[in-house]
Ligand binder design. Structure first.
Ligand code: TZP
Ligand code: MG
Length: 207
């Protein structure tokens, strides 16, 4: 599967609320037009085991209803178990080339934050890269220093036409700068999940 539509990539984990609240947030974001969804189950309160599997299955059903690709962060077994549409891996996770063959027909995303990381990355079976943090973020403790739109622009030059989504600290005030700096789209946690009106927050990013 190669249909990546990175325009508005919403990332979320149930640690932000209970499973019921979380499903509602995801439903509202889907109604607002998000084009990709990533389940990123991290931090205090993250679901595990059976409850994670149940939650992920519910999210999968929901995203399927909207025809939006469902990507799982890091968790290879979970992705396979719920038949996700793809996986997103970081530099410290399993290498893309070592993923089970099952992923050959799936979407594979890789975080690449700098030129140094790019040089060390094998992109041969990677469908898109996530680049950032573009701006300072409170959603990832170890996100590292912000690369700014200049960093995005540099990455675009280095990767050629490889699909690239910008991530980190993206708001309604700065997303256009990301698109103007060569990103195909934006990946967002807090500016959507923390909004009073989640649907509207998502919709506003698509203008
Ligand atoms: N990777 C780099 S920054 C980041 C991740 C997962 C967090 C993005 O969250 P927010 O709230 O949109 O800044
Ligand atoms: Mg990771």
């Amino acid at each position: 599967m190669n249909k990546v539509d990175l325009r508005l990539y919403f990332i979320y984990g149930s640690a932000q609320g209970d499973a019921g609240t979380s499903l509602n947030v995801i439903r509202q974001a889907l109604a607002g037009g998000i084009t990709m969804f990533q389940l990123r189950e991290k931090g205090a309160g993250a679901l595990e085991g059976r409850s994670l599997l149940d939650f992920a299955s519910s999210v999968k059903s929901l995203t399927s209803e909207y025809g939006v690709p469902f990507i799982v962060n890091d968790d290879v077994d979970l992705a396979m178990e719920v038949e996700a549409d793809g996986i997103h891996i970081g530099q410290d996770d399993m290498k893309p080339a070592d993923l089970p063959r099952w992923f050959d027909r799936k979407i594979i995303g890789l975080s690449v934050g700098s030129r140094e990381e790019l040089v060390l990355s094998d992109l041969s079976n990677v469908d898109y890269i996530g680049t950032g943090p573009v701006f300072p973020t409170r959603s990832k403790d170890d996100a590292g220093a912000a690369i700014g739109t200049a960093g995005l622009r540099q990455m675009r030059e280095d990767i050629g036409r490889m699909p690239m989504v910008a991530i980190g600290g993206i708001t309604h005030a700065n997303y256009k700068a990301c698109l103007e700096s060569g990103a195909d789209g934006i990946a967002v946690i807090s500016s959507i999940s923390g909004a009073d009106d989640v649907t509207r927050a998502a919709r506003e990013f698509l203008k």
